[in-house]
Every structure is written in structure tokens, then in C-alpha cells.
Write a protein that binds this ligand. Structure first.
Ligand SMILES: C[S@@+](CC[C@H](N)C(=O)[O-])C[C@H]1O[C@@H](n2cnc3c(N)ncnc32)[C@H](O)[C@@H]1O
Length: 172
């Protein structure tokens, strides 16, 4: 199924205050927050300006409603050329049929995010996961590392438990 339709259906099913609308496994978002917490250890959140991006217009409209003072977009072209200090992608790579799904797509996507930002953090479901969900793509950390090293030599893979891992690309 098309990714936008998939999330529109989830939103219709669970509503705007339930993390399952974003295909996280639980209503309160414990699984999502665990990943946000891990990412927060590697970044300085004192930044003044940020832009939230998703391809789904309905989810962006909801984000605008909930946090009207912040910037939200669903058209990547709007910030493609600007340099940013940091780009964080959580829960996106694992979408079946998503930006990282096919081998060529992964390299193109990593290159794009690296071209707009000095530091890129992306979490990936790991192929070492023993509990699996439908519609989720699982990645080999060895393969992701190899692709990332084609972009910059400053790469970290943090693989602390079997469910997922974090990739950090830095241009310094
Ligand atoms: C598991 S949810 C994660 C949402 C949020 N980033 C979080 O961490 O809670 C996956 C999100 O990825 C979005 N998505 C799928 N493909 C995308 C793409 N190519 N670019 C940006 N977002 C995408 C979906 O619309 C959906 O909102």
C-alpha cells in the first residue's frame, strides 16, 4: 500500500493522540520515546530554529495544529538547498516502500540528508530483531555502514540491542 494511504488509514483508526497512528507499537509511544531518548544523547537540543518534515500532509496539518509556533513542511524542496546543523530521522527508514527501502534508495537518501545537514541521525530497525512487525523493513547494520562510508568517513553505528540501531553521519 502507498505510504501516505497507510498512515491516513492508521490516523483514521487510532486518532490524533495515539502513537499507533504512526505505526508505533503502543498507544503511549513508549517504543518511540525510547528511540527519541537514545537520539537525544548524541545531539545538542539548544537549537533555536527547526523544521519538522513528513511526506504526509495530514500529519503535518496535525503537527501545525498542536505546535503552531514551529515550522512544519511536507515538501522537501522547500528546504533542500539550505545548510542545517542537524537532521534527525526517526521511524522513517523502516517504512516498507520508504526512502531507504531499496539498495539504491538508501544511498540516495543518505546523500540527500547529508547534503543539507552537517550531522545526520537516523534510526533503523535491525535485521537482528527477533520480534517483527508487518510493513516494517529490517536493515543489515553492516550494509548501512558500508553505504554511509561512501558518503563520509565519520560514521557511527550504535547497535545496543537487537531491535534497532542508530546511524550517525558527520561532516567534520
Ligand atoms: C513510524 S512514523 C514516525 C513518525 C515520527 N518521525 C516519529 O519518530 O514519531 C513514520 C513516518 O514516516 C513518514 N514517512 C514515510 N516515508 C517518508 C519519506 N520518504 N520522507 C519523510 N517522511 C516519510 C510517514 O508519513 C510517517 O509519518
Amino acid at each position: 500500500m502507498d505510504i501516505k494511504k497507510f498512515y491516513n488509514k492508521k490516523l483514521e483508526q487510532f486518532g490524533e493522540n495515539d502513537f499507533r497512528s504512526l505505526n508505533w507499537s503502543d498507544e503511549e509511544g513508549k517504543s518511540a520515546k525510547k528511540r527519541y531518548k537514545q537520539m537525544s544523547q548524541y545531539v545538542d537540543f539548544k537549537c533555536k530554529n527547526y523544521i519538522g518534515y513528513d511526506i504526509n500532509e495530514n500529519l503535518i496539518a496535525l503537527a501545525k495544529k498542536k505546535y503552531p509556533k514551529h515550522n512544519w513542511i511536507y515538501d522537501l524542496n522547500k528546504f533542500k538547498s539550505k545548510p542545517y546543523d542537524l537532521c534527525i530521522s526517526s521511524g522513517v527508514a523502516g517504512n516498507r516502500g520508504g526512502p531507504a527501502c531499496k539498495h539504491n534508495n538508501l544511498f540516495t537518501w543518505l546523500s540527500l540528508l547529508s547534503s543539507i545537514s552537517n550531522k545526520v541521525l537516523i534510526n533503523f530497525p535491525s535485521n537482528r530483531a527477533t520480534i517483527r512487525s508487518a510493513n516494517v523493513e529490517y536493515f543489515s547494520p553492516e550494509y548501512v555502514l558500508g553505504q554511509a562510508l561512501n558518503i563520509t568517513e565519520n560514521v557511527q553505528i550504535i547497535h545496543k540491542q537487537k531491535a534497532d540501531f542508530l546511524l550517525i553521519l558527520t561532516h567534520e
